[in-house]
Design a binder for this molecule. Structure first.
Ligand SMILES: [Zn+2]
Length: 629
């Protein structure tokens, strides 16, 4: 088929990608232009419908393979260069505006997923466009016409101007939109945004999951618990009743490394210093993949049995992409996001994680494993599972490396602020269902955005140490708005919250430095717990007890830590009755004070031993200058 499009390819596609101006007439004669946008539906629902690792890993790999296959379909139909972007289940391509070609491609793409997975679907739309639109943006709106709205609709002007990121100052209405601000919002990125809107509309308007009837007496699949079982299969140790889609996830890949792990190992192998740091005394071939969450939990040396689920995501990345003027710029940014995110994850893993010896469930024999699972890196989205004692430093490291990487690559947001990443991390026992951990991590990630709205020091990180399964079913905001995390006050706006989360990355690093110092000096856990217990008795009692302990222990190392907490956290004498911090702007209007002490107490259990703490230096600096930052 591709031979038919030779002229289109040479005279339309290549010049267009090159940024050349094309004659509308000629483009039309050669076949016109259309955008094709495809996106896998409810990806995470599909990946996390089973609770166990092999199916989750298999499902994620299957989706990755299919994503690549979709790009292959476009390539076969016309040309590899048509594909502007693919990854994380999405694809964006520029194609001839030929009804037959587009209908066939769309059909092939949309039927590929159900065919290969039995259950997952993808949505695809096509959008007729022109070379001028792909270069200069949608429609014929001019700057003059937009600015004329200021006089015509004064009450609407604030909203209109905001869409060009023009704001009024000191409460005054915004002025006219400048040529730069106007131009910045017209171009290829705007067309991608429109295609995205069309895609969402189509998703909302069609049934996504192939219907499967469940008869009342049918046995359900033991892996997903959702669909009727079709046969007995050996997925884990025993024979399980399984459904077809679950079997497809693991077919032929039971012992495979994920594509992400392969890429990580390649990343490490290319850098001899990293290879030495990461593998230590182990040979690369001796290290196996983790079979399940239990094994990753075993690798948590500080407190065995705990895993950390991290969900990280670039901030305002949609805005960054939508404001790219040309196809070339758009491609550069989306490629950079992909590369920078992957490198950030790989570098952070090599810095902070080490192969670990675990006891394998089936045969009980010791095995050395890579103690983590990268579930996905989709564009600027990261989902991964690590040992509980690695979760927070690793999450901070990934966010930090991402910010550095985007800066080094020369990218910034339209308003000139840096491109950053935030993360949510939940630390929990390894027997918890993975999808529940994912849900909590996502909630935590969303909470970081709440902080960003009133704190310019973004990016941020929120975490939760899960102490009971009942916490899994609770909404995080609700959890933190009730006893014992929130202590109601006697009058208006006097409530106390026994956590300082979410934190900015810098604050999180300060906490980690304090925790490191506590571990190095052997700070007693019981002492920390007494300080936290005193907080439960109210603001004044909490403060008095802290100050009393500080004075009583001032000549000992324990007292030095209490001084260090005061110094590192910059308690303001005027407003912060140590160890409380006054909050000025909290989503919960009743809360007047929060404290970092309960967070330190929760995390102290997850601080590695003195011998392993050196690993944190790469993130926090050497111990000597530990508290200067
Ligand atoms: Zn199933």
């Amino acid at each position: 088929m591709s031979a038919n499009w030779n002229a289109w390819r040479e005279k339309v596609l290549y010049p267009l990608l090159d940024g050349q101006k094309l004659s509308a007439e000629e483009v039309k004669q050669l076949g016109g232009l259309a955008l094709l946008s495809a996106d896998a539906d409810r990806v995470q629902e599909y990946v996390f419908e089973s609770a166990r690792m092999p199916e989750i890993r298999g499902a994620s790999m299957l989706l990755q393979d299919l994503n690549k296959e979709v790009a292959g379909l476009v390539e076969q139909a016309v040309d590899a260069k048509c594909v502007i972007y693919y990854g994380g289940g999405s694809l964006l391509a520029i194609l001839p505006d030929d009804a037959d070609l587009l209908a066939e491609l769309k059909h092939k793409i949309e039927s590929l997923y159900p065919q290969c997975t039995g259950v997952a679907t993808t949505t695809c739309i096509t959008y007729s466009t022109t070379a001028d639109e792909l270069r200069g943006g949608y429609g014929t709106v001019t700057l003059e016409a937009v600015n004329a709205l200021r006089g015509a609709y004064p009450s609407e002007w604030r909203r209109i101007a905001a869409s060009y990121e023009v704001y009024g100052q000191d409460g005054k209405p915004p002025g006219e939109i400048s040529k730069d601000a106007f131009e910045a919002r017209r171009g290829f990125g705007q067309m991608v945004k429109l295609a995205g809107v069309a895609l969402r509309r189509r998703k909302d308007n069609r049934p996504l999951t192939p219907f499967r009837e469940t008869l009342p007496h049918a046995q359900r699949c033991r892996s997903c618990g959702q669909r009727p079982a079709a046969l007995m299969g050996r997925l884990h140790e025993d024979l399980w009743p399984l459904c077809e889609p679950c079997l497809l996830k693991v077919k032929g890949r039971r012992a495979d490394r994920s594509h992400w792990l392969e890429k990580y190992l390649g990343f490490v192998a290319k850098r001899s210093d990293l290879e030495v740091t990461y593998y230590g005394k182990h040979g690369p071939d001796d290290v196996k993949i983790a079979n399940d969450l239990g094994e990753i939990g075993q690798a948590c040396a500080a407190r065995s049995g705990y895993v950390g689920f991290i969900y990280a995501d670039g901030n305002s990345v949609g805005r960054l992409l939508e404001t790219q003027r040309t196809i070339a710029e758009f491609r550069q940014v989306s490629d950079a996001l992909k590369d920078v995110t992957e490198s950030a994850v790989y570098q952070a893993l090599a810095d902070l994680v080490r192969p670990a010896k675990v006891k394998r469930e089936q045969d009980g024999g010791p095995e050395i494993i890579h103690p983590f699972e990268i579930i996905t890196i989709g564009g600027d989205d990261v989902l991964l599972i690590v040992p509980g004692d690695v979760a927070l430093p690793l999450a901070v490291r990934i966010c930090e490396r991402f910010g550095q990487g985007m800066k080094e690559a020369g990218f910034q947001l339209p308003d000139g602020s840096p491109v950053t990443m935030s993360a949510g991390a939940v630390i929990a026992e390894s027997h918890n269902p993975v999808r529940a951990l994912r849900d909590v991590a996502e909630q935590l990630l969303k909470r970081t955005a709440k902080r960003r709205t009133h704190d310019a020091r973004a990016p941020a990180l929120d975490f939760l140490v899960l102490k009971s399964q009942s916490m899994l079913r609770r909404d995080i905001d609700d959890l933190r708005a009730t006893y014992p995390i929130k202590l109601p006050g006697e009058s208006k706006r006097t409530a106390l919250r026994l956590t300082g989360t979410p934190y900015t990355l810098e604050e999180m690093k300060t906490l980690l430095r304090l925790l490191r110092q506590m571990r190095l000096s052997g700070f007693p856990t019981s002492q920390l717990q007494r300080l936290v217990e005193a907080l439960h008795e109210g603001r004044e009692r909490g403060s008095l007890f802290f100050l009393y302990q500080q004075a009583r222990l001032h000549e000992r190392e324990t007292g030095a830590i209490l001084k260090a907490i005061e110094k590192a956290w910059h308690f303001d004498e005027e407003r912060d009755p140590i160890p409380w911090n006054r909050v000025d702007c909290d989503p919960d209007a009743e809360v007047a004070y929060t404290s970092i002490l309960p967070d330190l107490a929760e995390l102290y259990d997850f601080v590695p031993s003195k011998e392993d703490l050196g690993r944190w230096d790469v993130l926090l600096g050497e111990v000597s200058d530990a508290l200067s930052g």
